[in-house]
Design a protein around this ligand. Structure first.
Ligand code: IPM
Ligand code: MG
Length: 371
């Protein structure tokens, strides 16, 4: 069987971590009898430099046709002063909107060997396992009107926060279904004491919750949630929230794991899916083989699980990530307490060799004992 993946390395460390992750993806998928064919396109600043716009229609069409899309990261200081409709981030927003990717899943898993890498106390974060379900195609990011214009002697800017019942309903269902496979609790985060969109959000989520009687539902204001994430993160199972709150809370929650370099993500719609690490392009370390590839590698594991339904292959990669950490192997960002510090490529090789071992074991016919 062959699967077709469009690869958008993007900018900065996006390029390095993408290479690492795609190597792992191809090799592990092959072990499970699936050939992954890749087609690379420019996105973000790289596309602006080469083609004059953040993503070309050709690249977008290729993404629409693909079984899945992998994206490294986009952006960088070089393009920071570009007009807002020509910035690298537009590539990501167009992909999300035009591929209909309204669900963003961001699992936040605290690995025991990395407890010391976090700025929070080990006893606070130990055992934390949160799934952030972020709405991805609505809210302030896409609402209109959106403008900045001269009014009299000064400039005035407007963004519009807008949500409809159907947009809230469909993402709420994703969260409740995910919670049913986890610990059975959804915390829906809003600002219902102030925002009209949040009042509709709360009303709609409450109504969807009636269809999931076994799942506990709790509503929390976003400011309180920001505080609770660092006070007692273990209280959370699934956090369901809108686009902007999800953007902010997921960066905050990443610090529970010690580094933004640990967080994978999956953006899903009705078909396909876009997989990307949550981190940015880290221009300061780009091209130096220093970047942590684990979020990118974790993202290809999510691709195997959610789009290709290859759960064992996904588990082999996730177990391999756990194993490199157990063995004290670290990229620079998670080396607070020492350990054997590896570069991007070497870290990817270590993950891959462990994943291959797991694949070999899980695929061994049952009558042949393990060595
Ligand atoms: C993220 C990023 C993006 C977002 C940027 C790069 C547009 O911060 O995926 O969290 O704001 O959604
Ligand atoms: Mg973000």
């Amino acid at each position: 069987m062959t699967r077709h993946v469009v690869v958008l390395p993007g900018d900065g460390i996006g390029v390095e971590v993408t290479q690492a992750a795609i190597t792992v993806l191809k090799s592990v998928a092959q072990q499970f009898g699936v050939t992954v064919e890749t087609e690379e396109h420019l996105a973000g600043g790289a596309s602006i430099d080469e083609c004059g716009l953040p993503i070309t229609d050709e690249a977008l069409q290729a993404c629409k046709k693909a079984d899945a899309v992998f994206l490294g990261a986009v952006g960088g200081p070089k393009w920071d002063d570009f007009p807002k409709d020509q910035r690298p981030e537009i590539a990501l927003l167009r992909l999300r909107k035009e591929l209909g990717l309204y669900t963003n899943l961001r699992p936040v898993t605290v690995f025991e060997p990395l407890l010391e890498a976090s700025s929070l106390k080990p006893e606070v974060i130990r055992g934390t396992d949160i799934l952030i379900v972020r709405e991805l195609t609505g809210g302030l990011y896409f609402g209109v009107p959106k403008y900045c214009k001269q009014v009299g002697s000064e400039e005035v800017a407007v963004d519009t926060m807008q949500y409809s019942t159907s947009e809230i309903d469909r993402i709420a269902r994703v969260a409740f279904e995910a919670a049913a496979l986890r610990r059975g609790k959804v915390t829906s985060v809003d600002k219902a004491n102030i925002l009209a969109t949040s009042q509709l959000w709360r009303k709609t989520v409450s109504s969807v919750s009636q269809d999931f009687s076994g799942i506990e539902i709790e509503h929390m204001l976003v400011d309180n949630c920001a505080m609770q994430i660092v006070r007692n993160p273990k209280q959370f199972d699934v956090i369901l929230t809108e686009n902007t709150f999800g953007d902010i809370l997921s960066d905050e929650a990443s610090m529970l794991t010690g580094s933004l370099g640990m967080l994978p993500s999956a953006s899903l719609g009705t078909r396909g899916g876009l997989y990307e690490p949550v981190h940015g392009t880290a221009p300061d370390i780009a091209g130096k083989n220093l970047a942590n590839p684990l979020a990118a590698i974790g993202s290809v594991a999510l691709m195997l699980r959610y789009t290709f339904k290859m759960v064992e292959a996904a588990q082999a990669i996730e177990a391999a990530i756990q194993s490199v950490l157990d063995d004290g192997l670290r990229s620079a960002d998670i080396a607070a307490n020492g350990g054997n510090v590896l570069g991007t490529d070497a870290m990817a090789r270590e993950v891959l060799s462990r994943a291959r071992r797991t694949c070999a074991t899980s695929q061994r016919p049952t009558n042949i004992p393990a060595a």
